[in-house]
Design a protein around this ligand. Structure first.
Ligand code: C2E
Ligand code: CA
Ligand code: CA
Length: 532
């Protein structure tokens, strides 16, 4: 049989599991979301770096292209005339180091050195070229060894004529390619197969260290691209994840706590009782009570049964005390009343037939029980007699004697259940003025075996007889107990010896089965058969 603690523990455990699962889920989701957001942000940072560098260089190259047509006009002009103009162009553009004019493959005029006479191919092997060209190279004239970016513009009809604009790329690189840690650890400018890395100069090729990834982005306007090298966006996000942990933990604990609060009702025993009532999992049983001499059935006690589909049969010894604790005993009693009234036809329609209803002392507050009887019992105009059984387990002193008086006036009897097991049984006799005392089954069980308790049984019997209170003995299991009780004048017996509690609809069949057959049948006298 389940104990109340086990059931409550089960609910607590389930509730705890649900809350823990919610907390873990929230922790996982928060970290995942943070991870994805962080990874996207890292990717965005790398891309932003690349496009910023590209735009910077494009902004440098665009004006050079714009002036190239004008400067090309100077090719062929004498250097003395052209040099001043070249210097003007250079002075106007800070990023420009020099402009040189090339005629028939010979660099013949430079903005810095004035007239010269050097075959261009000696300085730059890939020049002159028939098409515009962008080149990364090393300065061999002015700042020897420093990197330069050359923009070559050939004349329209003569590919050996043209202009060479030399960009001060070293200074620009500082501006464009300074790494942005932790997203970008290295940045490289790629022009026509040559690479210029921040802080390292010209390189033949770009490679990434292990664990790093390359991102290359090309300019749409000019033939160059930017490569950034850095940790992968996901690695970086993963590495950063521990810093998100405190916030994620706080959030998950908060959600866990909210779930704990939110499930207080849904995952508790009281919720389960309400659910049971709504889905009609409860059933009213009855156990017959017999006259100890004639063994005639003189009444029944209504007993509640709960067939819970999630937990199986739950004993009333488990759910009744819990229902009392959770203030759910009144709804249960109303259910018993309602069901009994519906099935009143199952019981003999005699005013001497007693129907015993177990009620909790708390139901007597503010005459609540009377209100419920007015709602359920009296409208049914039952001929049978209703007996309310108040158990001594409850705090009986709380029972208002005015309610008891009103009940008596309404023709409802009062029985003290489990009499003798409480602390001040005798006191209740005066305050509650009961019609019936129910001898607890522990005293019945003691008959013939336990001298002390059977003495108590004798005293209870004598007391009730003195006060003119009816006696019902419950838990009668053996013929010896039945015989003893009958001999000592206990009027009514109830116990497994006669019948176990049964569904209300089975009661008529049981009653029929144990009724003595008529003494006359087809004019023949039938001998009386002892009932048991
Ligand atoms: P109770 O009022 O003392 O009811 C008698 C209990 O003794 C019943 O247990 C019954 O099945 C059991 N019983 C009957 N004959 C024998 C017997 O010969 N031997 C033994 N060992 N036991 C016997 P049940 O039905 O398990 O109910 C347990 C308790 O739960 C009841 O004790 C009563 O206090 C409470 N209860 C049951 N139904 C209701 C109800 O509708 N409302 C309230 N408030 N309490 C109820
Ligand atoms: Ca009872
Ligand atoms: Ca009892």
């Amino acid at each position: 049989m389940q104990t109340a603690q086990r059931i409550i523990k089960g609910y607590r455990r389930r509730r705890f599991i649900v809350c823990a699962a919610m907390a873990v889920l929230v922790l996982f989701l928060t970290l995942s979301l943070r991870y994805v957001a962080e990874r996207n942000m890292n990717e965005h940072r790398m891309l932003a770096f690349n496009s910023r560098a590209i735009t910077t260089l494009e902004n440098v190259l665009a004006p050079l292209q714009d002036i190239s047509a004008d400067v090309l006009q100077l090719v062929g002009m004498s250097c003395d005339t052209a040099q001043l103009r070249l210097r003007e162009y250079v002075a106007r553009m800070q990023t420009l180091r020099a402009i040189a004019l090339v005629k028939d493959g010979v660099l013949y005029c430079s903005s810095i050195f004035g007239p010269r006479n050097i075959p261009l191919s000696l300085l730059q092997p890939r020049l002159p070229a028939p098409t515009p060209l962008l080149l990364l190279s090393i300065d061999r004239s002015l700042l020897k060894g420093s990197p330069i970016l050359i923009s070559w513009h050939p004349a329209q009809n003569a590919s050996h004529d043209g202009i060479m604009e030399v960009v001060n790329i070293e200074m620009l690189i500082e501006l464009m390619l300074e790494p942005e840690r932790p997203w970008v650890s290295r940045a490289v400018l790629n022009v026509a197969g040559t690479h210029l890395e921040y802080g390292k100069g010209l390189l033949a090729r770009v490679s990434a260290d292990s664990g790093e990834v390359l991102h290359e982005m090309a300019s749409e306007k000019f033939p160059f691209s930017i490569t950034t090298v850095g940790p992968s966006a996901s690695d970086l996000a993963l590495k950063n994840l521990p810093t998100q942990l405190p916030l994620a933990l706080i959030l998950s604990m908060l959600i866990g706590y909210i779930t704990w609060l939110a499930t207080a009702n849904r995952m508790s025993f009281s919720w389960e009782i309400n659910l049971g009532l709504a889905s009609r999992e409860f059933e009213v049983f009855c156990q017959p009570q017999l006259n100890s001499r004639s063994l005639e059935c003189v009444g029944v006690e209504l007993l509640l049964r709960w067939n819970n589909p999630r937990q199986g049969w739950i004993s009333p010894d488990v759910f009744i005390p819990l229902a009392e604790q959770q203030n759910l005993i009144a709804p249960l009693t109303r259910f018993v009343l309602d069901e009994t009234v519906r099935q009143l036809a199952m019981f003999p329609g005699s005013p001497d037939f007693h129907i015993g209803l177990n009620v909790a002392a708390s139901h007597f507050h503010n005459s609540e029980i009377i209100d419920d009887l007015r709602r359920y019992w009296f409208p049914a105009n039952a001929v049978q007699r209703l007996t309310l059984e108040l158990t001594e387990r409850d705090a009986l002193p709380e029972v208002d004697h005015r309610v008891v008086r009103d009940l008596h006036r309404l023709g409802v009897e009062l029985a003290i259940d489990d009499f003798g097991t409480g602390q001040s049984s005798l006191a209740y006799l005066e305050t509650l003025n009961p019609d019936v005392l129910k001898i607890d089954k522990s005293f019945t069980a003691a008959i013939g075996t336990d001298a002390v308790n059977s003495t108590v049984t004798d005293i209870i019997i004598a007391l009730a007889q003195r006060l003119g209170i009816d006696l019902v003995a419950e838990g009668v299991e053996t013929p010896q107990q039945a015989e003893y009780l009958r001999r000592h004048g206990v009027d009514v017996l109830q116990g497994y010896l006669f019948a176990r509690p049964m569904p209300l609809k089975e009661f008529p069949r049981w009653l029929e089965g144990r009724r003595p057959p008529p003494s006359h049948h087809n004019d023949h006298v039938i001998p009386a058969i002892p009932l048991r």
